[in-house]
Design a protein around this ligand. Structure first.
Ligand code: BDR
Ligand code: CA
Length: 293
């Protein structure tokens, strides 16, 4: 499976990327970055740092520095000033390959046979919306999009009904939902069920494997940003986990749209696949296994 990871790393993005880079069945053709959890220069540097830790030479392309219609809202409270919770990652071993993520996506989609590349979206959907605007023929060659974002029946995390990735760039999300892609959304309804606690952190650390130890440090940092929580949700790892382990997810179809003022998901005309449940113990075991590869 060839994938492009579009991301704003980000603590949970980093864990998702480490899992994907080390998975033998996933060929990560590129990592494209977007402003979201923190500004674009930091998310781009972090993508390179994550590749360096994983021993991967996957090309990194930087993309959109700001959302399509609203001002950027960095979330340094959760992901720290460096976007990775202050965890000690190596410096990138190579510079970003380009500063035009959309052109890189287009080139990869045109170079591969139609419907052989999946897009894994871990941040705001700005880059994908720009691809739809600038290169619709290339976008039509995407096999499948899996995106973390939104809150369907659950409360949001940045507003009563709004989740960060969609609320950060609601206009982009609205364009993506309307595009008729094979689109699977993993909202907070599912990701809040996939939680890490102190015991899981200890298991990751005890494994002795570098990606697992780094993930333990990342989740520790995530805990440090919250008071009194016994567990923390691992949102973005659900994306590559769903790609490889669909049997552990409950997927339904829903008719949805994006409310542009708030970024909330509301009933609407776009029929998409939505993960509403998951088998957390099975997925925790799979993530641990994958981070020890
Ligand atoms: C999403 O927002 C970001 O803070 C996380 O990385 C995740 O992609 C969760 O709402
Ligand atoms: Ca993210």
């Amino acid at each position: 499976m060839t994938i492009i990871i579009d991301t704003d790393p980000g603590i949970d993005d980093a864990i998702a990327i480490l899992y994907a880079l080390r998975h033998p069945a996933m060929d990560v053709a590129a990592i494209t970055t977007v402003a979201g959890n923190i500004g674009l220069s930091v998310t781009t540097r972090n993508a390179g740092r994550i590749c360096a830790l994983a021993g991967s030479d996957t090309p990194v392309h930087s993309g959109a520095a700001a959302p399509l219609g609203v001002k950027a809202r960095p979330e340094t409270g959760i992901h720290g000033n460096d976007g990775l919770g202050g965890v000690d990652f190596p410096e990138p071993t190579q510079a970003p390959r380009s500063t035009d993520a959309v052109a890189a996506m287009e080139a990869l989609l045109e170079a591969h046979p139609p419907r052989t590349i999946d897009l894994h979206c871990l941040g705001p959907l700005t880059n994908l919306a720009l691809l739809l605007q600038r290169a619709p023929k290339a976008a039509a060659r995407i096999r499948r999009v899996i995106a973390m974002g939104g809150a369907v029946d659950e409360p949001g995390n940045v507003g009563p009904k709004s989740e960060f990735n969609i609320a950060h760039d609601p206009h982009a999300a609205a364009e993506v939902l309307a595009a008729g892609l094979d689109f699977t959304l993993i909202p907070l309804d599912a990701t809040r069920q996939f939680r890490a606690d102190k015991i899981y952190i200890a298991e990751l650390r005890a494994s002795g494997h570098t990606p697992a130890i780094a993930s333990a440090a990342l989740i520790d940092a995530y805990f440090a940003a919250t008071n009194g929580a016994e567990s923390r949700p691992l949102h973005d790892p659900c994306v590559p986990l769903l790609a490889q382990n669909p049997q552990h997810f409950r997927i339904v179809t829903r008719d949805l749209a994006v409310e542009l003022n708030t970024g909330a998901l509301v009933p609407g005309p776009h029929r998409i696949k939505v993960a509403m449940g998951l088998d957390a113990p099975a997925l925790r075991a799979e993530l641990l296994r994958g981070l020890c590869a």
